[in-house]
Structure formats: C-alpha cells, structure tokens
Ligand binder design. Structure first.
Ligand code: KG4
Ligand code: ZN
Length: 356
C-alpha cells in the first residue's frame, strides 16, 4: 500500500518497546519487554541493570514488532526513537540501535521527546483537537501542560521533588507491601490502591501539599515524610520491627492515596481556571487528558472526574496499556510529526542527543 509506515522505539526507562504504525495510527505490530519484575526485586531501578536488560532485548523486540506487522525494514518511511528525557544509560541503547538501523536501511530519523509522546497518545484513540490540557502522572513524571501542537507544549506545572508513582512505590516499600499475600506482584501504587479500599482515610489526616503556593506545581516528598513518620510512630507503639506493621496498613494506604489524589485534583483545578482565564482552551469541548501509570488508579480518576465535571471539561484517559511506556506512543508521535513534516532528520545524519 502507499501508506507511510513508522517504526517506533522506546528504551528511556525500564521498558523495551517497539511498534509499527501506519499513518492513520493503526498498530500493525508491536512488542514490549518489561523489566518491572527485576526492578521490583531490587527495590528500584539500577541504571546499569536496566541498560544490560535493554541490550539483551532490543534486537528481538524490534524484530518481533516488524515480523508481527509484516513490514520489511525497506518499506518503512521513518524510524522514531525516544531521545529524552530518561535514564542516560537506557536511552543510549535505543539510540545506538536506531543509529545502526537507520544507517543500514537508509531511513529518515525522528527524535522523540518521551513526555510529548505520552501527551499525544490519546489522539491516536480519540479525535482531540489542539489545544488540550494534559496531566501526566507516573513513576517518573508529574506535569500539567497545554498541548498546543505536535511540537508546541506550554508547561504549567511539574513536580518540585519526586513523582507521585515514585512516592507510592517508596511508601509501599517502607510498608513491605510486596510481602502481603494479595500484593506480591503489584507495584507500590497498585498495592496501595488495593489496600486503601479496606482502609479509613480519616484515621490519618495528612496535610495536602503546597496549600499556600499559588502555582500548578506538585510536591510529594513532604507527604512521604509525613507518612514515614506515622509508620515509625505506629511501629514504636506496637513494638514491631521496621516494615512489619499490620494493624493500620489499610488506613495509612487510604490516607496516602487520598492525599495524593487531592493534591493532583487541586493543582489540576487551578490549571483549568488559569487556562479559562487566559483563553488557552477551546470553548467547545475543552479536554483534559490524563495519562501515565498512576492514571490507572480509580480513586485518582474519580477525584479528577469531580474537577472536570464541575469545570465543564471532558476527561479522557487512555486504557492502561497506552498510559504506560511502550513503542506505540513513540511511533504515534512519529506519525504526527511525519504528517506535519516537523522534526524529521534525513538519512545518514548523526543522531545527537542530550539526555536529561
Ligand atoms: O508509566 P509507568 O508504567 O512507568 C513510568 O513511571 O514511566 O508507571 C509506573 C508507576 C509506578 O510508580 C506505579 O506505582 C504506578 O505507576 N502505578 C499506580 C497504579 N498502577 C501503576 N499508581 C497508583 N495506582 C495504580 N493503580
Ligand atoms: Zn513514561
């Protein structure tokens, strides 16, 4: 067929992903190798381990995606790869692979910004016109931005310290949640969501972060500190060893999740009011896109639904597999760029990048 075809490659963190999309955004083939289990066992990502696993998997992940699509490398229009932001050692694997691949097959290269790809993925699934508001929340990101075009983003707020998924993962580790029978294959965020269902959040009234700060930024380390102090106090009261608290784990989970959700909702509300006051969103069908690993949390979605309903926005949240890192979102960003002819490097150009 005459359709343009893009191979997308993602290695910025702990997922090795590849996908082939046509220019309509139809996924012709994809493959994803997750390192999450390995990193769960070591209690966090060790960059050199992530790099080794990307190296071990990149060849077959790309080969699988191509095979499943039935597309030969020679038929590709371009290769799109995440160049930033991310772990430098992880990014380097995708970039080295891509450099060799585009040289060998003489293909144009499209450098992709990982966060922009997250932000635009919803457009592959729904017709969403620019501009729209986007909230990205995961283990590595938390930001609010107005997506104004394929390469035009207005950043309204970001985390001043850690990302919400990171906070939930750290609280999960401090409570040794992977030792709980229901939780041992779950990330901290998933475990806290599950345990919070049986908890009473009012038992621990944690302070919502940044109550006095008049901007749209986030902060989660203060909350993590409050939670840690509470856990230490309870451990002392019960006379149990660190990480073996039993009695009020559900209540702590519920209070932590509630505070994260409230903080995200308040900052988003503020961003919506700012956008309205400054005419940054369209009058008809203004949209908030919610994405990232933390976006699959139903309690957080509910909190944001209340905000979007009261402000008249449409809330769109891609299904979990498109909220987390994968090759599809990178290929989709490549398609969007190809359509507009933006940011495409001709064959045989050296791929330069500065990881951040
Ligand atoms: O997008 P993702 O797979 O990877 C990056 O961080 O880039 O997101 C993973 C993060 C982890 O921190 C995990 O705890 C969090 O998303 N997460 C959740 C849930 N599922 C995953 N957090 C809260 N509730 C969930 N259901
Ligand atoms: Zn990501």
């Amino acid at each position: 067929s005459g359709s343009r075809l893009v191979l997308g490659i993602e290695t910025s963190c702990d997922d090795t992903g590849a996908a082939v999309l046509d220019e309509k955004g139809v996924i012709l083939g994809e493959c994803l190798h997750s390192q999450k289990e390995v990193h769960l066992r070591t209690g966090g990502i060790i960059p050199s381990v992530a790099q080794r696993l990307h190296r071990e998997n990149i060849e077959h992940v790309v080969r699988e995606a191509l095979q499943r699509s039935g597309v030969e490398p020679s038929q590709l229009t371009a290769v799109a790869t995440t160049v930033k932001p991310g772990l430098a050692l992880s990014l380097a694997v995708g970039l080295e692979f891509s450099q060799r691949f585009v040289r060998q097959h003489k293909k144009p290269f499209i450098p992709i910004h990982h966060m922009e790809a997250h932000a635009l993925t919803a457009r592959m699934l729904h017709p969403i016109a620019f501009p729209f508001l986007v909230l990205l929340v995961s283990g590595g990101h938390s930001l609010l931005a107005v997506a104004r075009g394929v390469d035009d983003f207005l950043l309204l707020g970001h985390s001043l310290d850690e990302a919400p998924g990171d906070t939930l993962d750290k609280v999960g580790r401090r409570l040794s949640l992977t030792k709980h029978p229901q939780c041992y294959t779950l990330s901290g965020g998933q475990a806290i969501e599950l345990l919070a269902k049986e908890g009473d959040r009012t038992k621990f009234p944690f302070r919502t972060p940044m109550g006095q700060t008049l901007d749209c930024c986030f902060s989660f380390s203060g909350l993590r500190n409050q939670v840690t102090m509470t856990i230490m106090k309870k451990e002392a009261e019960e006379g149990v060893e660190q990480g073996t608290l039993l009695s009020c784990v559900n209540d702590i989970a519920a209070a932590t999740l509630h505070t994260v959700a409230t903080h995200l909702a308040k900052r988003t509300h503020r961003a919506i009011l700012f956008c309205k006051a400054n005419h940054l969103l369209p009058l008809t069908s203004p949209t908030l896109v919610l994405s990232g690993g933390v976006a699959s949390n139903q309690y957080i979605r509910k909190a944001l639904t209340i905000i979007t309903e009261t402000t008249g926005l449409r809330l769109l949240c891609p299904p979990a597999k498109f909220c987390t890192d994968n090759g599809v979102m990178i290929a989709w960003n490549g398609v969007e760029r190809l359509r507009e002819g933006k940011g495409i490097l001709p064959p045989n150009v050296d791929i330069c990048y500065e990881p951040k």
